[in-house]
Design a protein around this ligand. Structure first.
Ligand code: HEM
Ligand SMILES: [Cu+2]
Length: 624
């Protein structure tokens, strides 16, 4: 039994965990290491998705582009979007959630550490499976929402089999994470950490876990039906034989719209952590930020058909979904006003994490406003499937989600790696991305209103599309340069970055009470919480005018008065990784039936071995 004697609570006391060899990473069940694995994997796929986007932009830089064929172009935008949504933005949120949820709650790990490891290896299996398709016959080419009957057409290639199976596995990985995060929030909070004292980022993780839990099953059913229509001749979406292709649209968007909130709410949570830290003010209307997140969670399930205003649903349904879509702008607006209220009158520190958060607010508002124009049915029937829509979702997904994520990377990097990303390079990174992003996507509003359809690999000369397409492509190159500067900053910091102490930003929440990086067991003693922003209240009090007054270190309250206890840590295990590998092999086999059945068998053995080994091994270290 691994027993660690409790130490006096000093955040910098315990040594950082070793980097560890490959085997340690394959067998880890430590939420921090799993968070780092998610982080590096999704940044790698960000580069892949970015290169795919550059190919698209280079093809469209001039009329009658010759760089990509129509077939290659279809693969490029489908895989670009699938990569960015499922292999980048979702897993990066898992990276932050894995690393920081237990720390923000005052816990030692998530509720189910091995399930946590399994969700990572399943994500990696699904991600590699989807990407491998490029090299064996071509990537998915039916668009990221795979409308039937295009996606169910049986041709000589199996690209959409990879797509439908790959997304199913990624869905299971997300459901596994969601179960873990919900259970962790409900059962692992430190004493005194009431739900309303929980940091806003943790709240957003909690909310998106429910969104995933309730939306993924719908698309999973549809994906199975797509695979069956393609492989065993069922007729779910075959209109000529009593099936209904519009059914697929409903199943996809019943997932797809809650999904966009899964993409944006974590970024909103990060911004809600960063703004108070660098405005030196508590989050304005904190409980409203939390409740509007909950409201968005619920209302997000009632707007899906606004993606189908041109699918012939009829005026009653269209009017209803137009209304619900307009309503959802209200809780979103509440958040924006609360962020503005936080920075209003604050003493702002405009460092890189803060710049990305301010950029997030500016760009997300632009995306939100064009979103409201989509909710007006007659206007949407003009905008639908045009570059105006492409501009809209890149302002909310790139300007919103990605900018929020970059704010989180610059904010939490010192906690995870013990070093500060370089501030001067960080500012160059921000401005290149901010200028590049607007140069790329702002012209797309004009292109769309000038009638340029999306998903078209070429356009003719003299249609008024030439100049803005060239500007958009130049913008995407500036954006790419910005991302290269970010990667350079990371590499340089690992090599010779400035060492960060436990609390480099003088922040407010519990993760900053530990060393940077935190010890494997996170806290020597489980903290006892008395306030929201508890760490801030350990360091500051307020005078009669409400101004913050620092409490001298020797007068600060002792944080951990809780009972001594043994520190239990989950034991490392190779079984989740083995089960993930088994699934990967099974997937490859399923695409190439009947010969593939051999691989299905071999993969199946690996999967079952992993599952049984996992269920029979000791729970914590030293247990027999
Ligand atoms: C790195 C910078 C990016 C550039 C230059 C870029 C560029 C583009 C372009 C030009 C298209 C339209 C292709 C067409 O319809 O013909 C597109 C489609 C799309 N992009 Fe991006 N994008 C970028 C980043 C992102 C990010 C970060 C996300 C999501 C998180 C994203 C999600 C999408 C989606 C969902 C589509 C629709 C694909 C489809 O129609 O099936 N993009 N992108
Ligand atoms: Cu939507």
């Amino acid at each position: 039994m691994a027993t660690l004697t409790p130490q006096a609570p000093s955040p910098a006391s315990t040594a950082a965990p070793g980097r560890g060899g490959i085997w340690e990473w394959i067998t880890t069940t430590d939420h921090k290491k799993i968070g780092i694995l998610y982080g590096f994997s999704s940044i790698l796929f960000f580069v892949v998705g970015g290169v795919e986007a550059l190919f698209i932009r280079l093809q469209l830089a001039v009329p009658n582009g010759e760089i990509l064929s129509a077939d290659a172009y279809n693969q490029m935008f489908t895989m670009h979007a699938t990569t960015m949504v499922f292999l980048v933005v979702m897993p990066i949120a898992s990276a932050f959630a894995n690393y920081f949820l237990p720390l923000q709650l005052g816990a030692r790990d998530v509720a189910f550490p091995r399930l946590n490891a399994f969700s990572y290896w399943l994500y990696l299996a699904g991600a590699l499976f989807l990407t491998v398709s490029f090299f064996v016959g071509g990537g998915a080419d039916g668009g990221w929402f795979g409308y039937a009957p295009l996606s169910t057409q049986v041709t000589e290639v199996v690209r959409m089999d990879y797509w439908s199976l790959g997304l199913q596995v990624l869905g299971v990985a997300s459901i596994a994470s969601s179960v873990n995060f919900i259970t962790t929030v409900l059962t692992m909070r430190a004493p005194g950490m009431t739900l309303m004292r929980m940091p806003v980022f943790s709240w957003m993780v909690f909310i998106i876990s429910f969104l995933l839990l309730f939306s993924l099953p719908m698309v999973t059913v549809g994906l199975i039906q797509v695979f069956l229509d393609r492989n065993i001749g069922t007729l779910f979406f075959d209109a000529a034989n009593g099936g209904d292709p519009v059914l697929w649209q409903h199943l996809f968007w019943l997932f797809g719209h809650p999904e966009v909130y899964v993409l944006i709410l974590p970024a909103m949570g990060i911004v809600s952590e960063v703004l108070p830290t660098f405005a030196r003010k508590p989050l304005f209307g904190r409980s409203f930020v939390i409740f509007s997140g909950i409201a968005i969670g619920f209302m997000g399930f009632g707007v899906w058909a606004h993606h189908m205003f041109t699918s012939g649903l009829g005026p009653v349904a269209e009017a209803a979904f137009a209304l619900t879509t307009m309503f959802i702008a209200v809780p979103t607006g509440v958040k924006i006003f609360n962020w503005l209220g936080t920075i209003w009158g604050g003493s702002l520190e405009l460092n890189t994490p803060m710049l990305f958060s301010l950029g997030f607010i500016f760009l997300f508002v632009i995306g939100g406003l064009s979103g409201v124009t989509h909710s007006i049915v007659p206007a949407d029937s003009q905008q639908h499937d045009s570059y105006y829509v492409v501009a809209h979702f890149h302002y909310v997904l790139f300007g919103g989600a990605i900018f929020g994520i970059f704010s989180g990377i610059y904010y939490w990097f010192p906690k995870v790696f013990g070093k500060l990303l370089n501030e001067r390079i960080g500012k160059v990174n921000f401005w290149l991305m901010f200028i590049g992003m607007n140069l790329t996507f702002a012209p797309m509003h004009v292109l769309g209103l000038n009638g340029m359809p999306r998903r078209t690999y070429r356009y003719a000369e003299g249609l008024g599309l030439d100049v803005w397409n060239l500007v958009a492509t130049i913008g995407s190159l500036v954006l790419a340069l910005g991302i290269a500067v970010f990667l350079y900053n990371g590499w340089r910091t690992f090599r010779k970055g400035e060492v960060a102490g436990p609390d480099p930003w003088d922040a407010r929440t519990l993760e900053w009470t530990t060393s940077s990086p935190p010890p494997e067991h996170n806290f020597d003693r489980i903290p006892v919480v008395h306030h929201e922003d508890d760490f801030w209240h350990q360091k500051y009090t307020t005078d009669e005018e409400g101004r913050a007054v620092a409490i001298p270190a020797d007068l600060r309250p002792v944080v951990a008065e809780g009972p001594d206890e043994d520190i239990h840590l989950p034991s490392p295990s190779y079984h989740p990784a083995l089960a993930g590998l088994g699934i990967f092999v099974m997937l490859l086999g399923l695409v190439y039936v009947p010969w593939g059945l051999i691989a299905v068998g071999v993969g199946g053995i690996g999967f079952l071995w992993g599952m049984f080994g996992w269920s029979l091994e000791p729970l914590v270290r030293g247990d027999h």
